[in-house]
Design a protein around this ligand. Structure first.
Ligand SMILES: NC(=O)c1ccc[n+]([C@@H]2O[C@H](COP(=O)([O-])OP(=O)(O)OC[C@H]3O[C@@H](n4cnc5c(N)ncnc54)[C@H](OP(=O)(O)O)[C@@H]3O)[C@@H](O)[C@H]2O)c1
Length: 304
């Protein structure tokens, strides 16, 4: 199929482009820097500044599937007013423009979303049937509005999937950030360590996206998290074990809040999430359903 990917130069995108090429799809990407994107990925790339321009027509020519991954990173420090605006607009406005520009050849719109749509507290287990309330946190508001914008494409009879992604483990994202500290033997839990961490191995996430391209039964919100989430404390202990390092150094919640302000929620919130639809409706087979096997795999190959 002819697939257009946004945010393809990012952590998830780079892996996804490779997999979709192996599956013999034809890939185009849009990027803030098309020359760099084309060199990095070896595919046709088009410049797009979502804030000031419409989606380039050449990128959409004969496009059958759009995969929308782009967005300002949430994990790069404090959420200042300006960063909050960019985090929101780079997802919501770009999605709105992509939906408005959908060509007549389009069959599916697959858009990133995140487990941040759930409340982020306590031990209750959430699945895709959860209804978002009116009292939204910043992360909930982003994910909710992102999914609403994507869902508008359904008015044109086009299939839409929102991949509610957990913490992706691989050679990027959160693991890459915390790894230097753990390697020094200075890692540990965060807050009281009881918060749930809804992880997923990058290979499984990429498989979920690849399935969403191919399988027309994939529709609506889909949780992309492993079936066996762990608490943060357990995660830190297991990571220390595969690295053969101690994990005696918990970071108290108040220190994290002082350092990161509102963005501390990324580490302190508790997300007990199940991939109900992947398991029950689609019979999705996770390659890595336990954290130990996921970490063993990553440390045997990529993250070092
Ligand atoms: N990684 C995770 O654990 C995780 C978890 C939940 C949800 N997600 C979501 O999945 C999507 C992909 O994640 P990722 O980890 O691959 O992200 P990433 O590595 O940060 O890459 C995102 C890409 O988006 C583009 N981008 C970044 N800031 C932008 C801005 N201000 N304006 C326009 N484009 C911008 C960049 O592409 P160009 O430089 O080529 O323009 C970048 O390569 C994101 O939307 C993220 O929120 C990720």
């Amino acid at each position: 199929m002819n697939i257009l990917i946004t945010g393809a130069t990012g952590f998830i995108g780079r892996h996804l482009v490779q997999r979709l090429q192996q599956n013999h799809h034809t890939i185009k990407v849009v990027s803030r820097n098309a020359v760099r994107a084309s060199q990095m990925l070896g595919v046709a790339a088009f410049d797009w500044d979502y804030a000031t321009q419409d989606v380039p027509a050449a990128a959409l020519h004969e496009c059958e599937v759009i995969i929308n991954l782009m967005g300002e990173s949430l994990g790069e420090g404090r959420w200042t007013k300006a960063r909050k605006h960019e985090i929101y607009a780079s997802r919501i406005l770009s999605t709105r423009k992509l939906v408005a520009a959908a060509p007549s050849t389009l069959q599916a719109f697959i858009c990133a979303s995140a487990i941040g749509i759930y409340p982020g507290k306590g031990d209750d287990l959430y699945d895709e049937s959860f209804q978002v309330s009116d009292h939204l946190s910043f992360m909930q508001a982003i994910c909710h509005d992102w999914e609403q914008e994507a869902a508008r494409i359904e008015h044109n009879g086009i299939r839409r999937v929102s991949i509610r992604t957990g913490i992706v483990l691989g050679d990027g994202g959160m693991l890459k950030k915390i790894l230097p500290v753990f390697k020094l033997g200075l890692g540990g839990s965060v807050g009281d360590g009881r918060q749930w961490l809804p992880w997923i191995h990058i290979d499984d996430l990429v498989s979920a996206y690849a399935e969403a391209v191919q399988n027309t039964h994939y529709r609506g919100p889909i949780n992309a998290v492993s079936p066996n989430p762990v608490r943060y404390r357990e995660f830190a202990t297991m990571l220390g074990k595969v690295l053969n390092r101690p994990t005696f150094f918990p970071v108290p919640a108040f220190i994290l809040k002082l350092a990161l302000g509102e963005a501390a929620a990324l580490a302190l919130n508790s997300y007990h999430i199940t991939p109900k639809r992947l398991l029950e409706e689609y019979g999705f087979k996770f390659k890595f359903d336990h954290l130990t096997t996921a970490l063993d795999d990553l440390f045997a190959k990529t993250v070092h």
